[in-house]
Design a protein. Structure first.
Lengths: 323, 306
């Protein structure tokens, strides 16, 4: 049994300009000890996927229309509001992109980390205070006793993100979802945060969903990749297969559009066109308006996510042939 | 707040107070001559002149001003014409009544507004929110003299369960407090609702949910403290207004506070009472502002910079 299984998840938002299908049948699974990268352009539905798992989809305007989210085989969408809350933080944790906005400005960082233990009734050995200090020490915050009493605005961006991560993993969750944790940071600090996540991943047996649009980070951290486009998973593959032998035309385009360390190719080819209007997605395959391989069928039938090799899937009528 | 910061503020406040008292000195003298008011219409010119001399009103305005300025510096506010004892003594008897009245009304309004505003924000757009909106709009806009008169008519005249006016046990406080409560309550509900909606949509509230905090904790621990500053600002402004007396409310209910004293003082050309009242109220407002600043800093650490 997979640790976390998302199946055919559909989430929509009612907006002034119409109904947005933010997730249109998302399916993927996560195993223990695995890092799954959720890769896609801005607006493809990555954050909404995380929100659905955490019961954070704002309702209204959003609603989970159908689908299933199973954690250790148990259906989350059937649990009560408070049962979901009890799982959050405790068993499934979320790390936000912008730690300055995500930490509460009026409570000290020590208080905010300690709250994680208090909410879930945990009594770490030596007490909560000590656990907080140890945690701050472990993520490389100097003078942790003093720093614990300080407020988010008194820390640098990199430190805040490390505090955010420390808080999320404080009580040892089984699933860690990191939503673009490095996007708001500059490059050197990004590397530190990725290192911290890699360390956590090595030490714990948790499964991690790493949300990003940055191929470089994917290569560094992920075992497997799920590529998202317009609210659907269009390809899943292990990280080597994806980089060497992508099957979905969108994945191929994405790889060609971003700089890579593993090839000498330095000519970047952007994907033509722009992300589709979420209120009026193209019929059939949502990528067809930008796809060099599109044919008549693509406008009529939505390509299902099908197995295209051992452990890998693609949602395309005319996938790119194996290299 | 450091001590030097406090001294700096006190110095500024003293300057402002000097300007205020100076303008009060001239303004009260514009309201007219007390002699005409206190002596019978048929009093002789000699009697009038004698009273002017006794009050020092016969000398030039400038000479009066310097005398007065010296008295002010030595905190001597003179004798009340009407009460015939030191003006500051009279003021210090009325001031605590006003402060207690204002404080009770404001604290109750603040607490009730936090509760109602938060509930409205949590249910924003729903029928509870709409109900709270109507109620608070009404409370914020109803004139307090109307509320006072209606209160007297209903509870004192019709039901006879509350006294119409006067002063004494707790029962005399009910109607004045209720009248002073309405406007701050209505205003604060609207403010708390607005800032709570903003706070509830902030990313840190999503973090709190992601951490597993349940609704009550999210609303009252995470969002509320962030939403409190605007409410504290407005409460501070209202407190400063109330320090000058419950105005109409004190008059309607014959409540012996500083507002009533001040109005009577003006009507009776009791210069000493007017000046002593203004001075006392200004000092109270200074301390209210200090208190608001301290509250600010204790609520939001980002304000703790100098
Ligand atoms: N609260 C919301 N209200 C309306 N639309 C939303 C909301 N949240 C997300 N969406 C829409 O859902 C789609 C997916 O958004 P998101 O998951 O945030 O993308 P990303 O992959 O960049 O994280 C977008 O079209 C976005 O406009
Ligand atoms: S289904 Fe058609 S349009 Fe869509 S990605 Fe495949 S080839 Fe391109
Ligand atoms: Mg996002």
């Amino acid at each position: 049994m997979a640790l976390l299984e998302v199946e055919n998840l559909q989430v929509s938002f009612d907006t002034a300009s119409g109904r947005i299908l933010a997730l249109n049948g998302v399916s993927f699974s996560l195993e223990r000890g695995e890092v799954l990268a959720l890769l896609g352009e801005s607006g493809s539905g990555k954050s909404v996927t995380a929100a659905a798992i955490m019961d954070l989809v704002p309702n209204p305007p959003g609603a989970i229309d159908r689908g299933s989210i199973r954690f250790h085989g148990a259906e989350l969408l059937q649990l009560s509001r408070n049962e979901r809350r009890d799982l959050c933080g405790n068993r499934i944790a979320l790390i936000f992109q912008d730690a300055l906005a995500a930490l509460n400005p009026v409570y000290s960082v020590g208080w905010q980390i300690a709250e994680m233990y208090r909410i879930h009734g945990r009594n770490p050995e030596g007490g909560v205070e000590k656990a907080v200090i140890d945690l701050l020490k472990a993520i490389g915050i100097p003078d942790p006793e003093r720093r614990a009493r300080q407020y988010p605005h008194e820390f640098s961006g990199g430190m805040r993100q490390r505090i955010m991560i420390a808080m999320a993993v404080a009580v040892g969750p089984d699933v860690i979802i990191a939503d673009e944790p490095t996007t708001a940071l500059d490059v050197t600090i990004q590397a530190q945060v990725v290192d911290l996540l890699a360390t956590i991943r090595k030490r714990s047996n948790a499964g991690m969903i790493f949300i990003t649009h940055d191929l470089g980070v994917v290569a560094e951290l992920a075992d497997r990749v799920a590529v998202m486009y317009a609210g659907r998973i269009v390809e899943t593959a292990n990280v080597f297969e994806l980089f060497e032998d992508a099957r979905h035309p969108y994945s191929v385009g994405l790889l060609a559009s971003q700089p890579r360390v593993d090839t000498d190719e330095d000519e970047l080819v952007p994907i033509p066109g722009s992300a589709p209007n979420p209120v009026a997605l193209p019929s059939g395959c949502a990528f067809r308006t930008r796809c060099p391989r599109a044919e008549g069928l693509c406008a009529e039938v939505i390509p299902p996510l099908e197995t295209v090799g051992p452990g890998r899937q693609a949602a395309c009528h005319f996938p790119v042939s194996p290299a | 707040m450091s001590f030097t910061y406090f001294l700096k503020r006190a110095a500024f406040a003293a300057l402002a107070l000097a300007a205020l008292m100076t303008s009060a000195f001239f303004l009260v003298r514009l309201t007219g001559d007390p002699v005409n008011l206190y002596l019978p219409v048929d009093a002789s010119d000699a009697a009038r002149e004698a009273m002017r001399v006794r009050l020092g009103l016969d000398r030039s305005l400038l000479a009066q001003f310097f005398d007065w300025a010296w008295d002010m510096l030595s905190l001597d506010f003179g004798i009340s014409l009407w009460h015939n004892r030191p003006a500051m003594d009279v003021v210090l008897e009325a001031l605590p009544n006003t402060l207690a009245l204002g404080a009770i009304a404001l604290v109750l309004a603040f607490i009730a507004a936090i509760g109602m505003g938060s509930i409205a924000a949590v249910n924003s757009g729903g029928w509870i929110d709409r109900g709270v909106n109507v109620l608070s709009q009404a409370a914020a806009s109803v004139p307090d003299f109307w509320l006072g008169l209606m209160g007297v008519l209903l509870f004192a005249v019709t039901f006879r369960i509350l006294p119409t006016s006067g002063f004494g046990g707790p029962i005399y406080w009910v109607l004045p407090v209720a009248c002073l409560f309405a406007r701050p309550f209505g205003t604060l509900v609207q403010i708390v609702r607005g800032s709570m909606i903003e706070a509830l949509n902030a990313t840190f509230v999503r973090t709190a949910r992601a951490k597993g905090a349940r609704d009550g904790r999210v609303t009252f621990v995470h969002a509320l403290r962030n939403a409190l500053l605007p409410a504290v600002t407005v409460t501070g402004d209202l407190a400063a207004q109330f320090a000058g007396g419950g105005g109409v409310v004190e008059v309607v209910f014959g409540f012996p506070g500083i507002g009533k004293l001040l109005i009577d003082g003006i009507l009776k050309r009791d210069f000493a009472i007017v000046q002593a009242s203004i001075f006392a109220v200004a000092v109270v407002i200074f301390f209210i502002n200090i208190l608001v600043d301290m509250l600010y800093a204790s609520i939001d650490p980002r304000v703790r910079v100098e």
